[in-house]
Design a protein around this ligand. Structure first.
Ligand SMILES: CC(C)(COP(=O)(O)OP(=O)(O)OC[C@H]1O[C@@H](n2cnc3c(N)ncnc32)[C@H](O)[C@@H]1OP(=O)(O)O)[C@@H](O)C(=O)NCCC(=O)NCCS
Length: 203
């Protein structure tokens, strides 16, 4: 590749106006554990992890993300760049605050389809655009950095905020698994949504 060609490449930024994506670290464990053991967060995510998730299980999960990386699976920590006044800690000491995770759960190398998930675990940040911006950065990384041709996700049918967020980004409903999850005493459908590369490009 010539120097001219290299200089014409736009780097894939993992930082926006509200959030940045970075590698999840072992030092994130306390908050990560609090997110996963929060009943309300769990209800929306449909997490199948044991409850309560223990410190040891959480540490094992964080460490396992590094080995999953070799299989094309990523987990990014999501930091809010300017913590909200209601958030008491600035755990990173750089004016940023860890608020959740997003990741590729499965990446199929043949079909080049990524199955993703996202959790803003700090509820102070729900409904203020943080999830949308984190996903915008993440989708760009997956399409342009990993050469995916499609991104898929699953969402509980009652999770209207998540569905609105995904539709805003161009995801469309592709199917429903009826009565497939039992959440807080009720069954719900799992909605399967997808976004093709060309659909994302056209936005
Ligand atoms: C889903 C999630 C990532 C969305 O991120 P977020 O920062 O809260 O969402 P955003 O503010 O970027 O966008 C949400 C959109 O839904 C809209 N919305 C919020 N509540 C809604 C509701 N009850 N019904 C319909 N739309 C709703 C908002 O108005 C916003 O749209 P707008 O920007 O056009 O106004 C985040 O809420 C989250 O992680 N929740 C807990 C775990 C979870 O649900 N994970 C997803 C599992 S599939």
């Amino acid at each position: 590749m010539t120097d001219q060609k290299i200089s014409s490449i736009t780097p894939l930024l993992l930082e926006g106006k509200l959030v940045r994506l970075r590698a999840l670290q072992e030092s994130d464990i306390d908050k990560c554990l609090a997110f996963i053991n929060d009943q309300e967060v769990r209800a929306f995510t449909g997490a199948s992890y044991p409850f309560p998730f223990s410190y040891e299980e959480q540490m094992e999960w964080i460490r396992s993300q590094k080995s999953n990386f070799a299989k094309g699976c990523y987990t990014f920590a999501i930091d809010a760049l300017k913590p909200k006044p209601s958030t008491e800690d600035d755990s990173l000491g750089r004016g940023a605050c860890y608020i959740g995770n997003c990741g590729i759960n499965v990446f199929n190398n043949v079909s080049r389809v990524a199955l993703i998930s996202i959790t803003i675990g700090d509820k102070n940040y729900w409904g203020s655009g943080y999830g949308t911006e984190a996903l915008q950065l993440f989708l760009k990384f997956i399409f342009l950095g990993l050469n995916a041709q499609k991104i898929e996700l699953c969402v509980n049918d009652f999770n209207e905020r998540a569905i609105a967020c995904y539709k805003k980004l161009g995801f469309v409903e592709e199917g429903r698994l009826r009565r497939s999850r039992f959440v807080c005493g009720k069954y719900c459908d799992i909605v399967r949504m997808g976004l093709l590369f060309e659909e994302w490009q056209q936005q």
